[in-house]
Design a protein around this ligand. Structure first.
Ligand code: SF4
Length: 428
């Protein structure tokens, strides 16, 4: 979401006459789009702001703008007093006023309406909503991003159509909880599955995916829409537009901890949901987010998360060690799991993930998968992303950046695949 916000902020600055500096050292203005999810991320921002004040290192720098989640926290504004402007990203329209510059584009209704300066020519992030009403007890997002606000479906459709016309190959829809999407205008598109299906039916050569889904809100309707519009071959043949990938943050494998986290589902409900998704969308990849060392997470409760990992066998997991965020409900609880123990649990879960992800990936050996090439590595090695968000390495002398290729998988690793490109010109 921050990456996407930064693309809109960059566009607004360009409209005001600024040009992108190739190095921070050449910049006379720096706009930081910050994240408040973890304390370590905030600390890095304080460090960066202090550093930017070293005249010897940044001789041209006159203005530091602090935007993103940190800009909405009064305690940060106090602490980061070396920044010149604090900008709520929703106030992007006010940037000309703050910088005392004339806006050529004039007023746009919401910051969503600012046409972004996309960083890639083939992958685009399209926000469909912002904010969150869920108030998970550890999370700062509802406080810094505010309540849920859905973007108009007309505006989203217009942005996606424009991206397809420009030749973008991968469109990733963004929202703190895409399943809460509710456009204000009563039209044919009433919810997220309606929007996803509408976009999937647009003509063009592109993939659609989305992040992220709260397990309590992922509906049967959405599963059916994905199943109807996914690739015919379970992720291995060119077919439908919607990628077979679902990010489904579980956060803990223990019911008591889930209750304390205010997640509003039980582990048995989560497992049933995974089962349903896998049954209806064969070949789907499921990733998760999990927090280790939440207050009250005894060894026994943590082992429930280990068991869940062993049972569900995730394709990928983002494991976070708990750190209290001031202002959230869980910050009032005693942070009673020592740091060293959090680190140990992080490693233990990661070890399970390494094994199960390898098991899943080994089943792909011999299959021919579609991939979107996103980066050149060393020599003739290219990196592609499969429809299931797996990184695949292969060799080619051709310039394949931003192209769809077919790759035959020869080798599997826990967090990647290795294969041979067999085609680079087929269309969806
Ligand atoms: S669903 Fe929970 S974790 Fe996700 S953004 Fe909302 S409050 Fe935070």
């Amino acid at each position: 979401m921050n990456y996407s916000d930064a693309e809109r902020a960059a566009a607004k600055l360009e409209e005001l006459g600024y040009k992108q500096a190739l190095d921070d050292k050449d910049a006379d203005l720096i706009l930081l789009v910050t994240c408040s999810v973890r304390k370590s991320a905030e600390d890095r921002v304080y460090g960066a702001i202090n550093n930017y004040h070293k005249k010897k290192l940044y001789p041209k720098l006159k203005t530091i703008i602090l935007s993103g989640c940190m800009a909405n926290r009064p305690e940060v504004v106090k602490k980061a007093d070396k920044a010149d402007i604090f900008l709520d990203i929703k106030d992007l329209n006010k940037l000309p006023e703050f910088l005392k510059k004339e806006s050529k584009a004039g007023y746009v209704e919401t910051y969503f309406s600012v046409k972004p300066r996309y960083q890639s020519s083939f992958t685009a992030y399209v926000p469909i909503m912002t904010g969150c009403n869920n108030f998970c007890s550890y999370c700062i997002v509802p406080y810094v991003r505010g309540r849920e606000e859905s973007r108009s479906s007309e505006e989203i459709i217009a942005e996606v159509k424009d991206l397809i016309a420009q030749g973008f190959k991968e469109i990733i829809l963004l929202g703190q909880n895409v399943n809460s999407y509710k456009p204000a205008t009563a039209a044919a598109i009433k919810d997220f599955p309606d929007l996803l299906e509408y976009l999937a039916k647009l003509p063009g050569n592109f993939w659609l995916s989305f992040i992220t889904s709260h397990p309590k809100d992922l509906s049967d309707k959405l599963i059916k829409v994905i199943a109807r519009n996914k690739s015919a071959g379970g992720g291995s043949a060119f077919g439908g537009k919607i990628c077979e990938y679902i990010s489904l943050p579980v956060q803990s494998g223990d019911n008591e901890i889930l209750k304390k986290m205010n997640r509003k589902y039980t582990i048995s409900q989560y497992k049933k949901l995974v089962k349903k998704i896998r049954k209806q969308i064969p070949g789907v990849a499921i990733s998760t987010d999990v927090i280790v060392g939440f207050p009250g997470e005894t060894e026994k409760r943590f082992l429930n998360t280990v068991k869940l990992f062993q049972k569900v066998k995730f394709d990928m997991a983002y494991i976070n060690q708990y750190s209290p965020r001031e202002g959230t409900a869980s910050a009032k609880l005693k942070d009673d799991v020592p740091k060293i123990e959090k680190k140990k649990r992080d490693k233990e879960l990661n070890d399970v993930l390494i094994q199960t992800a390898l098991e899943i990936n080994k089943k792909l050996i011999g299959q021919v998968l579609d991939a979107l090439v996103y980066q050149k590595s060393k020599g003739d090695i290219w990196l592609g992303k499969t429809r299931t968000f797996k990184v695949v390495k292969f060799k080619s002398k051709k310039n394949l950046l931003g192209k769809f290729v077919k790759v035959k998988i020869n080798k599997a690793e826990s967090f990647g695949l290795i294969g041979k490109s067999i085609d680079s010109s087929k269309k969806l």
